[in-house]
Design a protein around this ligand. Structure first.
Ligand SMILES: NC(=O)c1ccc[n+]([C@@H]2O[C@H](COP(=O)([O-])OP(=O)(O)OC[C@H]3O[C@@H](n4cnc5c(N)ncnc54)[C@H](O)[C@@H]3O)[C@@H](O)[C@H]2O)c1
Length: 352
């Protein structure tokens, strides 16, 4: 490697300037580059479908020296992590992954904690139907996270996502840049995958952003969707694009109806991509569920917006100029999220 050349890993390679080479993950693996500035520890709480997928990606992508998977079910996290560790000689990674049955001392001093514990949806259920059960779980998990990893960044995945992120924020009392939720990467991934199928192009070349709550009120922004830099509206008829937007809004439900439970490969991998942006300090731009304090004219609400993710968690919330119609959709989405936040506040006796 010529002197002075900085090498970074990414899930995509690019023809970037020689002073700052961006290599694909497999290349980085061959060169034994992981871009971790320090020894990192990542904990994933909940060793179910989403949690195990996330932990598997964190280990395979070598995002941390130590990955801990924790579950309340006896032996479950130990079994899953042992299985994942036994892929190490095949997939060629050396991140240590271990499991724990509800023993948070094993998670002590984690840099990032991903919370996936909680019930998934069954057919006919909305995400909001999960609130009472999952709020109790997320609250007790967060209390343990705070006790054992007081400096951690928390990524919430449990549903109803926006409100469970609010629950972790209230419980942890961490600053909002260290408590945020995963939904936007998944929702945009679904949208990008549908577009890639429709246009018969590589999903790698589709860039998109969406806003709003994680649910039927999400706000896709087709005018910010590009395919290899070309506005998507130049490549697809309006009615087809609208149909894809509608399918994206119901993308979670489509899988629940097919599987009888909610998705895990894309959600778990999306959460791992957020972990990657943090531990490698990548400053990636992703839609995440964040605490809005006046951005987009919205206050005291957790909702999806584009942010820069790096070692400090949410390093900046990006404010796009929205059209009147887009702003109205965001307002409606925020209102829907706030109604469910109010249910949580009442459960916690938080004064209005
Ligand atoms: N944000 C998103 O986009 C998104 C996408 C998919 C799923 N989800 C949500 O993620 C959550 C997990 O989904 P899943 O499919 O992995 O479910 P799952 O049932 O497969 O796994 C959940 C795990 O949580 C564990 N658990 C329950 N209470 C716990 C506690 N107090 N401490 C530790 N572990 C505990 C369970 O034992 C179980 O193993 C659900 O709430 C689901 O709705 C969110």
């Amino acid at each position: 490697m010529p002197p002075g050349v900085k090498v970074r890993c990414s899930e995509r390679s690019s023809g970037s300037a020689p002073a700052d080479l961006l290599l694909s993950r497999p290349f980085c693996k061959i060169l034994n580059i992981n871009n971790l500035s320090n020894a990192m520890k990542v904990t994933v709480v909940g060793a179910g479908n989403v949690g195990a997928t996330c932990a598997d990606a964190c280990a395979r992508w070598e995002l941390a020296n130590e990955v801990v998977l924790l579950d309340i079910k006896e032996g479950f996290a130990e079994g899953k992590s042992l299985d994942i560790w036994q892929t190490a000689p095949i997939s060629l990674f050396d991140s240590r992954i271990t499991g724990s049955t509800n023993d948070y001392s094993k998670t002590a001093n984690s840099d990032v904690v991903v919370i996936t514990s909680g019930l998934p949806r069954k057919p006919g259920m909305s995400r909001d139907d999960l609130i009472a059960t999952n709020a109790a779980i997320v609250k007790s998990v967060t209390e343990n996270v705070v006790k054992h990893s007081p400096n951690a960044i928390i990524i919430v995945v449990s549903n109803p996502l926006d409100v469970m992120t609010y629950c972790a924020f209230l419980t942890s009392k961490f600053p909002a840049n260290r408590v945020f939720g995963m939904a936007g990467i998944l929702d945009t991934a679904r949208y990008r995958a549908f577009l890639a199928t429709e246009l018969n192009v590589s999903p790698k070349d589709i860039q998109a952003v969406l806003m709003g709550g994680h649910g039927d009120t999400m706000v896709p922004l087709p005018r910010y969707t590009t395919v290899g830099g070309i506005p998507v509206t130049e490549l697809i008829a309006e009615d087809k694009l609208n149909a894809i937007v509608e399918r994206t809004k119901k993308g979670g439900g489509e899988i629940v109806n097919l599987l009888g439970t909610s998705a895990w490969y894309a959600p778990g991998t999306a959460a791992a991509q957020m972990v990657e942006a943090i531990v490698r300090d990548q400053k990636r731009v992703f839609p995440c569920c964040v605490w809005l304090q006046g951005e987009y004219g919205l206050k005291d609400v957790y909702m999806g917006a584009p942010v820069i993710l790096g070692r400090n968690g949410v390093e900046r919330i990006i404010e796009l100029k929205l059209t009147k119609e887009e702003q109205e959709l965001c307002n409606a989405s925020a209102k829907a999220v706030k109604e469910v936040m109010d249910v949580l506040d009442k459960m916690n006796n938080v004064p209005a």
